[in-house]
Design a protein around this ligand. Sequence first.
Ligand code: GLP
Length: 241
Amino acid sequence: MRICVFDTAQQACKAAAAMIASQVIRKPNSVLGLATGSSPIPAYQELIRLYREGILDFSETITYNLDEYVGLTEQHPCSYHFFMQDQLFDHINIRKENTHVPDGHSEHLDETARAYDEAICAAGGIDMQLLGIGRNGHIGFNEPGSQFIYGCHVVNLSQSTIEANTRFFDSEKDVPRQAISLGIGSIMQAKTVLLIATGKDKAQAVHDSILGDVTPQVQASILRTHPEAIFFLDRDAAALL
Ligand code: GLP
């Protein structure tokens, strides 16, 4: 595992974007695992800039997103489907059929989750997985618990996640209580994992992930056992290291 600390969030995200850019240049049909949340937004902006400058071509790139809220339609402005279109896909030349976000609106969520894992496997697995981190150390929506769950699954969101994500909704009661999330297995099978953590709200989770025990209570701590995991941190997120 490597830890890179930058002065600003912008610099941390730019460095992560450079890794993704080099992956896409080396292998145009890369399978990228993508994340939502506010942390990766500057990285997506940098990828869009590189595309507009003619440096990147996403026409063969395949993406699988980490997670989606249960019960929101693709058009809901707080859905991760909407987020990805709005923040990245609408601004680059990726093919719609090559982008994948779990269907949180499915009537058969367990089946949907199983099919999502199978599709990733059939695509050859994830080459490069981008992650944010929750204030409680979650990755995707793998919440603190008694075990690491291997496959894509339906999650009951923890109260701390509901509170942290209320800022995207009108009020706390509008935040979905469940999500569908890639499991730790697919994340750990990615050849390279990039985690972006910025801001002082993430300092404790970053500290516990890097310096605490490897434990399902802090899901990101499993990344310490990944041979190619890189943490991109700004000074605030690295403050407790
Ligand atoms: C959500 C997402 C995570 C993300 C986390 C942190 O819970 N499921 O994938 O890492 O939020 O979001 P932010 O970067 O906005 O702090």
